[in-house]
Ligand binder design. Structure first.
Ligand SMILES: Cc1ncc(COP(=O)(O)O)c(C=O)c1O
Length: 343
């Protein structure tokens, strides 16, 4: 049973783990890095690569492209072309390169908040301004403020929008209609969309995510989608990701941007790990999704009698977003990780 493997506790201290370089009894809750050992298929692929014994420069191979195209077709009903794919060693490097190449200093970049805080770094450290489109929080649910979004997109200084789909940290999967509406507004005001879809495979069983670029032809034309097996299969340290860019002109610019930033070449383990994940990782992922759902259920049940604490209903990620605003004045909520063995 794969699921039982998730009960195994591995001591990561002393393994060079950034997450676990902490003081005794300190719980590192800030980084999305699971404590589960990754699936055997990936470990075997890496072992095979190590045993080859020669670790020269690597090239992109067709099997990497095919494994991504097949996975998105089978699991997410999106037929992409292999030519659309560009390798990159991380999702954040794609976002930062896109910002540098496709926008100018002083431009405004829209993102819906609360959101993964590193988006702020990528924008601000490159001399652009964050334009926060605050999600509307009503009855313990989040919705998009489209009216405000249109105002922000119509500002001539706004040149890019960074979308998180599914959205970290609130765990929401955006609906096809919402994605079409965002795409139409961005196209109307000539705003390029970067859709960060790194959490797309970590959705609850029976929930389906819609890739932004698959929602309409217009969405595909104006967007760069960022994907990776790293969150899903717990291999962030291997540094393997992809930009999916259907529009040829945008793709050409992104190819140059990633090359200029020296983030377009895979290390020797990046492709074998990704290929093994997408070709053989599905049973492991199904077991993981069930395990995480049960963990979320445990937390929800433990908190259900707490009148002033509300677990936000969510369909994706292994994070939980819990409203504790009655207790904490400055920060309205905090995150809990469900990708650990329950105690
Ligand atoms: C939404 C989101 N994007 C990107 C990343 C990091 O991606 P990478 O390590 O590939 O740069 C994370 C990590 O937590 C994330 O939550």
């Amino acid at each position: 049973m794969i699921k039982q493997q998730f009960d195994q506790v591995t001591d990561r201290k002393g393994s060079g783990s950034m997450k676990w370089s902490v003081e005794q009894n300190e719980l590192p809750m800030w980084v999305a890095d699971m404590d589960f050992r990754c699936c055997d298929a990936i470990i075997n692929a890496l072992r095979k690569r190590v045993e080859h014994g020669i670790f020269g420069y690597s090239d992109i191979d067709e099997e990497w492209e095919a494994s991504i195209c097949d996975w998105w077709h089978k699991r997410h009903n999106w037929m992409m072309k292999k030519e659309w794919l560009l390798f990159c060693n991380g999702v954040i490097p794609i976002i930062s390169s896109a910002i540098r190449r496709l926008t100018s200093c002083g431009d405004r970049i829209v993102t819906m908040t609360p959101v993964y805080h590193i988006f702020f770094h990528s924008i601000e450290h490159n001399g652009r301004f964050v334009c926060e489109n605050e999600l509307i929080y009503r009855n313990h649910q989040y919705e998009i403020d489209f009216e405000h979004l249109e105002k922000q997109l119509s500002d001539p200084r706004t040149t890019m929008m960074i979308l998180c789909n599914p959205h970290n940290p609130i765990g929401k999967i955006w609906q096809k209609e919402e994605l079409i509406k965002i795409g139409a507004l961005c196209a109307k005001y000539h705003v390029t969309v970067i859709s960060d879809e790194i959490h797309c495979d970590l959705v609850n069983p029976k929930c389906e995510y819609v890739p932004f670029a698959s929602a309409s032809e217009l969405n595909a034309e104006i967007s760069i989608t960022c994907v990776a097996p790293t969150k899903t299969f717990n291999i962030a340290g291997i540094h393997t990701a992809a930009a999916i860019v259907p529009n040829e002109s945008l793709r050409c610019q992104m190819r140059h941007a990633l090359n200029d930033d020296e983030v377009a070449e895979p290390n020797v383990f990046a492709l074998p790990a990704a290929i093994a994940a997408f070709r053989e990782g599905e049973p492991w992922l199904e077991a993981l999704r069930e395990y995480i759902t049960e963990n979320k259920q445990l937390v929800t049940e433990a908190l259900q009698d707490e009148e002033d604490i509300h677990v936000i209903e969510q369909q994706a990620t292994y994070l939980m977003w819990i409203d504790c605003s009655k207790y904490v004045q400055t920060v309205s909520s905090f995150v809990i990780f469900c990708a650990v063995k329950p105690v």
